[in-house]
Design a binder for this molecule. Structure first.
Ligand SMILES: NC(=O)c1ccc[n+]([C@@H]2O[C@H](COP(=O)([O-])OP(=O)(O)OC[C@H]3O[C@@H](n4cnc5c(N)ncnc54)[C@H](O)[C@@H]3O)[C@@H](O)[C@H]2O)c1
Length: 346
């Protein structure tokens, strides 16, 4: 039920058994990892809302039948479904969306429906549910768009480069306006290329690490879009789970111990980069995979992809200061864990 290499250190001190959590997109990659953490630490109730359009029942099947776990097969594009899913919950972490820049380029309308209208449904349902203590949502580093500045710092964004990036920017704008107009202060976590167990390599819009791991396991040459010098702040999923838990509970560790941030300290919508603050190129990743697999496979170089930025690296100062977030899994360690995990999957 639990991956023995993950979530061995709690990122909270609050007794989770007193609280009920809704994880939208909880059958997906990041959502199901948040669910795993919450169940492992005995959350009072964990409800997943997912339409399985891009997630997998397999990711949550171990939790089915547990008295504190519930799965709602439903669509965030339906407002009534969202209202029902939020009913009785204390915390919401909103992960449901259609990821992938190429997907949004080939079908911008569906990406907009799910990522913008679906987001607005969840946000509005949360606004109308007075007992919700905090909503955290998955934002994206794509919001930095064409800004060439490195590292990426909150407040210094460029213009979006893809329909997907527009949807994620619009999420932030709505969250900001709901904070100003309705006093609903949510937290957006701008994920930078998250990877880890339960991320699927077999769909047409799979991310680069699952695809490369599968290629190495199959002994095949991976294809790099571009010259391989493209760099990313690849972030292992346990770091994303840590950020979600800390953003929901708002505990912060200080020299005098653990303190809880009060609602008065969160007086507006906040966005935080969620990353490692590192930069790894695709060529470096190939080298590490060669070492891990004991092979010497050269990649095939193809054309650059539309809508991609060349380099990305986050400043994690804001999230570290505000939420006491500290990435526990750097790239190499994360890659080792996920490569081992993919080997068990084939
Ligand atoms: N993985 C990354 O590197 C990354 C980077 C930046 C942002 N994000 C964001 O993080 C979130 C989670 O990403 P992920 O990588 O786990 O993706 P994922 O596709 O594995 O998970 C998303 C889940 O949402 C579900 N979903 C999609 N449309 C839905 C709908 N209409 N109704 C209900 N459920 C629906 C899918 O079935 C899936 O289980 C997304 O919002 C994504 O945009 C991810």
């Amino acid at each position: 039920m639990f991956n023995p290499k993950l979530y061995n250190t709690p990122y909270h001190t609050t007794d989770l058994s007193k609280f009920k959590f809704l994880v939208t997109g909880g059958a997906g990659f990041i959502g199901s990892n948040i669910v795993e953490y919450l169940i492992k630490y005995n959350a009072g109730h964990v409800r997943v809302l997912d339409n399985l359009s891009n997630g997998y029942f397999e990711n949550i099947k171990d939790f089915m039948g547990l008295p504190n776990f519930e799965f709602i097969l439903g669509d965030i594009r339906n407002f009534e479904t969202c209202k029902k899913a939020i009913e009785g919950m204390d915390f919401v972490t909103h992960q449901a969306a259609l990821g992938s820049v190429p997907r949004s380029i080939s079908d911008p309308i569906t990406s907009n429906d799910v990522n913008v209208s679906g987001f607005l449904n969840i946000l509005t349902a949360v606004k109308d549910a007075p007992d919700i203590k905090r909503m955290v949502y998955a934002a994206s580093s794509s919001t930095y768009g064409d800004s060439a500045a490195l590292p990426k710092v909150e407040g210094n964004e460029g213009n979006p480069l893809s329909p997907y990036a527009v949807t994620k920017l619009v999420n932030e704008l709505y969250a900001d306006v709901y904070s100003k107009v309705y006093g609903l202060h949510t937290i957006g976590l701008r994920y930078f290329n998250v990877f880890g167990p339960k991320q699927n390599p077999n769909n047409p819009y799979a991310a680069v690490i699952p695809i490369f791991c599968k290629a190495f396991i199959d002994g095949k040459q991976p294809t790099i879009n571009g010259d391989g010098l493209t760099s990313r702040d690849f972030t292992f999923v346990e770091n994303a789970v840590q950020a979600n838990i800390k953003a929901m509970l708002l505990e912060t560790v200080t020299s005098s111990g653990v303190e809880k941030l009060t609602n008065e300290q969160i007086t507006k919508h906040e966005v935080f980069n969620m990353a490692c603050g590192d930069q790894v190129t695709l060529n470096e990743m190939i080298e590490m995979l060669n070492q891990l697999s004991g092979q010497q496979i050269a990649p095939i170089y193809g054309p650059e992809r539309k809508g991609d930025v060349k380099h990305s690296k986050a400043s994690i100062d804001k999230i570290s200061n505000f939420l006491s977030y500290e990435p526990q899994f750097r790239f190499q360690k994360g890659l080792e864990i996920v490569f081992e995990w993919y080997k068990t999957q084939y």
